[in-house]
Design a binder for this molecule. Sequence first.
Ligand SMILES: Cc1cc2nc3c(=O)[nH]c(=O)nc-3n(C[C@H](O)[C@H](O)[C@H](O)COP(=O)(O)OP(=O)(O)OC[C@H]3O[C@@H](n4cnc5c(N)ncnc54)[C@H](O)[C@@H]3O)c2cc1C
Length: 387
Amino acid sequence: MREVIIIGGGPAGAVCAERLARAHSTVTVIDDHLAWEKPCGGGLTQKAIRAYPFLLDGPYPKKIIREIELRAGPTTTARLTVEEPIVIYSRQVLNGLLLDRAEHAGARILRARAVALNTTRARPQVTLAGGEKLESDFVVLATGARNRLLPATATSDSLDPLEPADLEQTLGYYIPADSDILKIKFVPNFRGYLWSFPRPGHLSVGICGKLDHHSTATLRAHLEQYVDEERLPREGATVFSHLLPSPRPATVRDRPVLGPAWALVGDAAATVDSLTGEGIFYALRSGELLGECLAANQPEEYPNRLRTEFSAELERAAQLAPRFYSENFMGGAVTTRTVEFARRSPTFRRRLAAIFTGTQDYRTLPLRLWAQLPLSLAEIGWHFLVD
Ligand SMILES: Cc1cc2nc3c(=O)[nH]c(=O)nc-3n(C[C@H](O)[C@H](O)[C@H](O)COP(=O)(O)OP(=O)(O)OC[C@H]3O[C@@H](n4cnc5c(N)ncnc54)[C@H](O)[C@@H]3O)c2cc1C
């Protein structure tokens, strides 16, 4: 592909730009913020580290985390130690380093807001705030979860936006404090979780909850209670809120990601794990896959590449999420039982740690849990006897 405009310079857009620029396409990345503190935990699992080793090896400031604390309700806790670390970045640093790589590869980086998109012309046209119009052979929408630029599809004037049932509301604080422990708290029968992610110089502390299940007031009440429980200071903290895709199985399966001269990547394409909220790896990889398809002049291959690499996994996550967060098991919430089991069984704890670090896929998870069930139950029973 000769000329490509990418709207959005987050992980998805930046990696797509780098890949295309390396293949000698003329690439312009348009972003109204560029390297900014996009609301996020900033946590990268081993999936991301293995695919992009510079995220661990590079000189950029980051936290390397090996301890995870899980909590359900006020008192039930479990500690997981992970052999393969989780790496946590501030998003300003992560976006900056990815955009630098794109620029060094030859992409043009433009600080501007795109306000309109016309994909019905032979060459798609992007209008910038201020009125300037840019044309290209192809437009990539890497605009994130709040994407408002909706291209025309084969059957309608405009692609439908993500519905509330495919989104989570997030609220949080960046708190000036230090820690080396990543913390997650579950609330029984709540479709989401609270987190505290340590970064260099501050914590990202927040809550996510399904948009169609919980009000902002409910999220705020849980968040404030969590900040108090963790005894975190609010002085000097800054607040954030944003949307996080949490696609339903049918959305992962059926929502178009490609049109005649456009494609969606990252959050705009809803490539997020609905169980964990992990989106950065999928943004990076979807951007790279599209870049590879465009560089080979085969955009039509992009949906197949997505499907082969991870759509099936994201669909399984979307199927598991409502069961994990909303169902009961042995007379208690599944989330509470999960933390209780992790507290008592080293075998179960190791499996859970592998999910957190991204080394355990959902396809083989049920089989593994089943195979390890006798040992896990024996450990839980033994723990009850000696506790
Ligand atoms: C609170 C929160 C916590 C999260 N924590 C984690 C985590 O710990 N780990 C993880 O893996 N994932 C996490 N995620 C998900 C992760 O942040 C996203 O999946 C990831 O940022 C998606 O990258 P992206 O490039 O698709 O979109 P974004 O990072 O959202 O980038 C989109 C870019 O497009 C720009 N843009 C949008 N519209 C326009 C326009 N019209 N004109 C110009 N520019 C525009 C924006 O400025 C932005 O820079 C979290 C999400 C939230 C909301």
